[in-house]
Design a protein around this ligand. Structure first.
Ligand code: HPA
Length: 234
């Protein structure tokens, strides 16, 4: 047990999928896993463990933003046995050639700051994805027929952004999309020698202001779960 996860030792799998929304964790576990068991519900942050094609998998919510993700990822890695951590979530596109519904695989994650800032201090550490997961996810996404982009993303601390100039600089420097969690996940994975990846679906577009219709969100989310599972066990 940890302050935020009530699972017993051994109830968390080595492979963990991390959606932001705990209700999405429930939906994914009930839809894709065999014999899913609820292993956490502290503060309503749901986690389930089951099997996929015979492999044990945990699907656990992270909440929104890097401080929240950092709590769960730290506890999953250091108290439990999580070794492969894949975020599945949404993002806002920052390039014209990207459309809503497209899949983005985050090769790296730029940020202004992360919860690890106090450790890294003056160092501009470059948080990057595990290459094996990234290339396996790329193959899985393409075989599903998803339009897929691989590149850098921006992990922001704010959804309601009052600094449009920063987004402009990200677009200018080729950053594909903005979300709020991946940079800290990649830094924690590096520190603890784990494998990490963020698989994202474009839910809205910062330049065209297009948004994914609510009716399409579930199927896009399901595609990400399948891509993440195929990548984890490739
Ligand atoms: N900003 C930050 N996070 C996001 C966005 C956004 O526009 N869209 C989806 N996640």
């Amino acid at each position: 047990m940890t302050p935020h996860i009530r699972a017993e030792p051994g109830e968390i799998a080595e492979t963990v999928l991390l959606p932001g929304d705990p209700l999405r964790a429930r939906w994914a576990a009930e839809t894709f896993l065999d014999a899913p068991q609820l292993v956490n519900d502290v503060r309503g942050m749901l986690g389930f463990t089951g099997t996929w094609r015979g492999h044990r998998v945990t699907i656990h919510g992270t909440g929104m933003g890097m401080p929240s993700l950092s709590i769960y990822a730290n506890e999953l890695i250091t108290t439990y046995s999580a070794r492969t951590l894949i975020r599945i979530g949404s993002c806002g596109a920052m390039q014209k050639h990207i459309a809503v519904r497209d899949v983005i695989l985050a090769m790296s994650a730029t940020s202004l700051s992360t919860p690890s800032r106090g450790i890294l201090r003056e160092m501009n550490f470059a948080p990057c994805a595990d290459f094996g997961l990234l290339s396996a996810a790329h193959a899985a996404a393409r075989s599903k027929g998803s339009t897929t982009h691989v590149g850098g993303i921006y992990s922001s601390d704010v959804f309601y952004d009052e600094r449009p100039d920063l987004n402009e600089q990200m677009t200018r420097h080729g950053i594909l999309a903005v979300e709020m969690e991946a940079a800290e996940l990649y830094i924690l994975a590096a520190r603890h020698r784990c494998r990490a990846l963020a698989v994202l679906t474009v839910s809205d577009h910062l330049l065209t202001h297009e948004a994914l219709p609510a009716s399409d969100r579930q199927s896009s989310f399901g595609d990400m779960v399948e891509i993440a599972l195929e990548a984890a066990f490739a």
